[in-house]
Design a protein around this ligand. Sequence first.
Ligand code: IMP
Length: 215
Amino acid sequence: MLRYVTTNAGKVREAREYLDGVEQLNYDYTEIQAAELGPIAARGAREAYRQAGEPVLVDDAGLFVEGFDGFPGPYSSYVEGTLGVDVVQRLVAGEIDAPRRASFQCVLAYCDGDDFAATPDPVDREDRSAAAAAGAVDDADDDAADDGTLPVKLFRGSVRGRIVEPRGEGGFGYDPIFEHDGSTFAELAADEKNAVSHRGRALAKFAEWFQTRPV
Ligand code: IMP
């Protein structure tokens, strides 16, 4: 069975629209510090696979504000938990003239212990060196979860929009302050968000590929 690895029930609701029978694995994998989502998700997938012993899909996402050089990006979760979404919106409004461009990005990292045939979506085999380059792994404390030999397949999705004053009651996280095509993501029904969102785009790529994956 495929396990969707996240502590966020909102992500699982969105994933279920694409993946029949997917189950949440409520596992808080280690988030290394890195400038990009890919290495964080890949390392999380290796750790979660070793924990679960069955196929896992890790979902790592973030909000990237263009005028802030991509901040909060990989630190979106920390910033939501410390500053909060409303403060991010006010910071952007105070520092950046309209149109306050931003994007949501999502990386899905799949690991089932086997290798992958070549497709356009990348395979991460560089976990140990990526983490070490980011200064996040203490080699003395290294354990099996840091073993970069487990291949991980990555699927990316992104969507562009702009930061606006909060509107809407749906979704989660930064959805109320992210406007795309006239609506914030919190104003959209789940299927409407999925049709255009970073996660929906990554899930569509993954779901198409996964159908062809021998079990
Ligand atoms: P993570 O991928 O669980 O680490 O999430 C990173 C941060 O981005 C958290 O603050 C989430 O609430 C937020 N986030 C992730 N996906 C979405 C989304 O689809 N909409 C709004 N916020 C999101």
